[in-house]
Design a protein around this ligand. Structure first.
Ligand SMILES: [Zn+2]
Ligand SMILES: [Zn+2]
Length: 161
């Protein structure tokens, strides 16, 4: 079992084995497409904030009241972050999360390709490599045994020490 580091973008579906897919970024949706594996081509997924209830419960224990979910506005669904609502993705979709075996290699990759902000979430997790990503990075299936969260800013700060 190996430990991996990954930027898990805020718009991504919840971190988990069923959502472990990798996409080629910076690529047009040209050529062949396939149905989005995250939303099953519906273009929407259950709202992660309310779990699809449309409401969140607030207040003291025993006196909780429903509040319209601020994330989905009560719609229960939010746009699928994988396909951005299109319902289709490039057929270059691959199984497994794009991830790195050291925080330094993650930062090197992210800073060269994608623009991560300090508050973008970073997940540190255990799993096994099951493939090779579009940029040669490991594609990893998490085993969900060890899952720890930090932020991109905190990670970079720890490397600078
Ligand atoms: Zn989708
Ligand atoms: Zn919601």
């Amino acid at each position: 079992m190996t430990t991996y580091w990954r930027v898990h973008w805020k718009h991504s579906p919840p971190f988990g084995r069923e959502n472990a897919w990798s996409y080629a970024y910076n690529e047009e949706y040209e050529g062949d497409t396939v149905n989005c594996p995250t939303c099953k081509s519906e273009g929407e997924v259950d709202c992660p904030a309310c779990g699809g209830d449309g409401a969140i419960w607030v207040g003291p224990r025993g006196d909780k009241r429903p509040l319209v979910c601020p994330t989905c506005g009560g719609r229960r669904k939010v746009q699928c972050g994988t396909c951005e609502g299109r319902g289709i993705v490039s057929d270059r979709v691959r199984r497994g999360y794009s991830a790195f075996t050291t925080p330094r290699s993650l930062v090197r990759y992210i800073d060269a390709t994608l623009n991560a902000k300090a508050d973008d979430p970073v997940v540190v997790f255990s799993g096994s490599q099951i493939g090779i990503g579009h940029d040669g990075e490991p594609l990893v299936m998490p085993d969900m045994v060890n899952v720890r969260w930090t932020s991109y800013g905190a990670l970079k700060l720890s490397l600078a020490r």
